[in-house]
Design a protein around this ligand. Sequence first.
Ligand SMILES: Cc1ncc(C[n+]2csc(CCOP(=O)(O)OP(=O)(O)O)c2C)c(N)n1
Ligand SMILES: [Mg+2]
Length: 372
Amino acid sequence: MTQIESLSVLSSDNAAPGHAHGLTNDELVKCYAAMLRVRAFDDICMKLQRSGRIGFSIPNRGVEGCQVGAASAFEKTDFLFPSYRDFGMAMLHGVPAVEMMHNMFGNSKDAALGRQMPVHFSFTEPIKFFSISSPIGTHLPQAVGAARAFQARGEKHVCLASFGDGGTSSLGFHSALNFAGVWKAPVVFLCQNNGWAISLPSSGQTASESYAIKAKAYGIPGVKVDGNDLLAVRQATREAVARARAGEGPTLIEAETYRMGGHSTSDDPTKYVPKEELDKWEAKDPVNRFRRFLEHEGIWTPELEERLLQEAKDEVAEAAKIAEATPKPGLETVFSDVYAEMPDHLRAQGQSMFDLAARRGDAAAGDGAFPL
Ligand SMILES: Cc1ncc(C[n+]2csc(CCOP(=O)(O)OP(=O)(O)O)c2C)c(N)n1
Ligand SMILES: [Mg+2]
């Protein structure tokens, strides 16, 4: 069987000679700033969760380069079907931290009005960022369905389906890759192999020599890339996007990266992650690698670093303040946005919940009219 070589662009501090990333200096800084904003968001959400002000969060430490590199290869008119760990993609494309914080607090400005879990973002502007699916792998067939629809309508949008190593064991992975291959659908599959699916190491996930090799069974190209190398992920994704847009069909990219924090705020990775493994990956931290590259290019300065860090921290801290002070959704929203005409049984359930809440005095009608 042919081994799949892993694409790498950044050595410790330099891009491969002749490598054309196609980004201006400002765009390179924008990528770096997006990674710093992800870290700031992570840090503040961890504090908010530990102090009981939000219920849950998902850390991204270690996978920022992969998310930002991949997202940088897409146009704003393309459609992203992300995993719960992918909010750096939204940040790169200009979603303000406050929009994300509204979801973290589940308040009345949250797009889902608090009816999704925290970190389960959905945005339509400035990028098409589909609502996160908690059940693993279910968004892969959704991405292929959307891609097939664009193909049928002659629209040139490309879809990204991003998922983890654990996601490859889902039924959605099989049906999505199968039909995408058959239809030559314009979709890019990004498997972020971050070493772990909660506490299951990647070695327990598959007997295949890699995740990329699985593409072969579906008749599509599979490539492997250094997932902590933003420019390599960008290059592999750009090539896959170009193929998809040209009508040549899907690609499976396996990006080898590492989850340097817990699976979520409900997890304690010190119980199962070997310290030596963590240390090995700390040395390949994607943010540090990209910083060294910017320094080598003469773009990075300590002043730039300080300014970007401060801006990221200020933006996220201010966003948290605003979102925390924003009123909760009205009680009536538990029942809204599903039926055009509310069925009788729901109308009755709604009324009794509303009466109970009013009697107990622990909730009020909220800011909208109850649709009864
Ligand atoms: C169908 C399904 N099974 C199990 C779970 C519980 N679960 C949530 S995240 C997760 C691990 C997924 O790992 P991976 O795909 O590698 O993504 P990562 O968290 O590493 O980014 C599991 C098993 C789920 N959400 N859905
Ligand atoms: Mg994983």
